[in-house]
Write a protein that binds this ligand. Sequence first.
Ligand code: ARG
Ligand code: ZN
Length: 847
Amino acid sequence: KTIYLSDYTPYPWTVDSVDLHFTLDPHATRVRSLIRFAPNPAFTGETPNTMFLHGEQIKLISAQIEGTAINPDLTGEGLTCAVPGGPFTWESEVEIDPANNTALEGLYMSNGMYCTQCEAEGFRKITFYPDRPDVMSVFTVTVEGPHPVLLSNGNPVVTENHLAKWHDPWPKPAYLFALVAGDLVAHSDSFTTMSGRHVDLNLYVRPGDEGKCAFGMQALKASMKWDEDVYGREYDLDLFNIVAVDDFNMGAMENKGLNIFNSSAVLASPETSTDLNFERIEAIIAHEYFHNWTGNRITCRDWFQLCLKEGLTVYRDSQFTSDMRSAPVKRISDVIDLRGRQFAEDQGPLAHPVRPESFQEINNFYTATVYEKGAEVIGMLKTLVGDEAYYKALDLYFTRHDGDAATIEDWLKVFEESTGRDLAQFKRWYSQAGTPRLSVEHSFELDTLTLTFTQHTPPSAATPDPQPQVIPIAVGLIYPDGTEALETRVLEMTKATQSFRFTGLEDEPVPSILRGFSAPVVLTHDLSDADRAHLLAHDTDPFNRWEQGRMLARKSLLAMITEGADPDPAYLAGIHKVATDTTLDPATRALMLDMPSEAELATVLHEAGTAPDPAAIYAAREAMAEARADAFADVAADIYAANTVTEAYQPNADQAGRRVLGNAMLAMITRRDDGAQAAAQYDGADNMNQQLVALALLVGAGKGDEKLQAFEKQWQDDRLVMDKWFGLQVSKAKPEDAAATARRLTEHPAFTHTNPNRFRAVFGALVMHHAGFHHASGDAYTLLADWLITLDPLNPQTTARMCSAFQTWKRYDSDQQAKMLAEITRILATPNLSRDTTEMLTRIKGA
Ligand code: ARG
Ligand code: ZN
């Protein structure tokens, strides 16, 4: 069944209060509810005399309206019953089976603890309720069970042995409900808000994980402070709890006052986490905390508005990371990620607008487009109106819509009113799918430079006839002597073709276009290699400096792939110069050395109308890596030594930057020294980052067997580290061995497909191994399909997500296409396939 944005109507009733009582039992948890309904004044038309409540996979024990027992009509989706005309009280008792809830949605068990995941539509698996985000209410929750820790949203009102009662004063939709019960230990701290409110902070973990809490707690406090400083947003309860859960479909969830995290997104220690883990954890803690305002205090009217909270909150967490670490490094990493994931989505059969207009299963729309492109749209808006107007508009948004379930229209109206701008055309960023192609030509005459831009968005099933969008193009000009002819200026492109003139120039400058990646577009700019090298050396915009180097790398690799060319000596000389330039910080030097991934090259080839050949792409990157090892033979050991961190491990940007540059050198050294240096690093490592990088390089060089065994022995009791051990063997396998390696690992006693982290460790790594997944044998396709068929009845959400591995099937040559299509078709033919997986594969398969 397809649901449409245009069909929205308000719910006929308001819910004035909700009282829930849980009596916990693994297989027979009882949930009693008492809900006060009243006719909704915002509902147009007469209040109906029957009411629908969502409810799935729950057993109705009894139901009453105004104290009188009733017999509702039940379907697989909920119940319908007759209701009185005015306000009334609904009571019910249901029974649920958390121990058998393998979908990890609703109330479920993970290692003996109870926890919940209700976004988007999981609450209906807990009790009968109008499970939609525009129905907001005040919840009081009693939890009874033989567990030392019993948690729900809000503030505790009663805490007795085996019983706790919680009250959340802030009206919220059911998707923000949470309950946790178990034998947990707290890592506690506190925070005083800017107006002086004392907030108790707890991070609850399983016994044994106490030592992995300190970093997450610091990140939480930093986030609370940052939101006060930058957005003036203060926390609004006396208590903020975070719980780490081992079995979780996503990263984390912003339940009011009780955030629930995948343990991989919160637990950290130097011995067990990499630099990237620390950075990701800091960002996710911030993301979930920031949702308290952008998501919870102001929520979404319906799930089509998901980007209202997600795009804005991703944007806010990226600002936070930029402030805590290095802004250019964060921007460049975000663009690499956007190109890798969102551009691929936007160019394939799953393309959809930032605000979709229809869906069958909303869980399938927690996508790179909604999240990451959604954040880019916020960034463009800020670029267009300027910083001051942006924060003014946000203040208005928070005052006007506090307590609302809002829409994108509400959001844009706030900007229109506070800036006087008309955003009707800008709104197309929310309604049109596809990545705009932006091309630019420049010409110079006397003292005038003319830039002529053309935009074009390829049509897609979601948007057959795309119209021109508002594109903020940040531009600067650099003179031949390297000085700046023009500081960054934002051009506002609104037409299909548009020219901009710059007069009074002393000499012909080199244009630096789309500084800071000011819009999520594919830019074509026919700059000569010499001009690119000039920008690489002199551009004052760090993103564009990096971008020029990237373009040279791309160009050389594409020539190697499609024409069998040799690695470009100018590119090798260019990166040699950057890598040895000690006036640049190590993280920047490392980013300049980073090569475009195989997936990115495949996307670029596809954009250019060529079927990517995975084996050729892999071979070209290998040849380039060999050429780089030669080119750096003179300096690699010195740079490695100079960037060795001798101080105690700190997960900060400075140390991480040195490690990433040093390890880039170690990768080159390992190609020449039989792994001697990597083995030494492994043996001497006192932190996971250096241990894991060394192990990965050894495995990649075919010299890792002994260390893999040692690593397994050392870490067999640490789930999160073992996930790395599983993943690394797949990602470092030769393309022809990737599927066999994954298959072998599924036979390992520690493999389990019911834990999403472990399943993704193996299969996430397999689908991200471009040449391995797309190996001509087709073995990886078959293996993945077998496991998706196995997992689907247990966990539809994680299965459906992994299906996106097949989204690029039409890019490849006809032989590969046929192999992928056969697996897509085979999965689709599975009896009782979930709605999640059916929708994903049907869209991927296309008409
Ligand atoms: N709101 C959560 C976050 O972005 C993600 C929840 C995803 N849930 C889902 N069922 N897809 O922080
Ligand atoms: Zn979010």
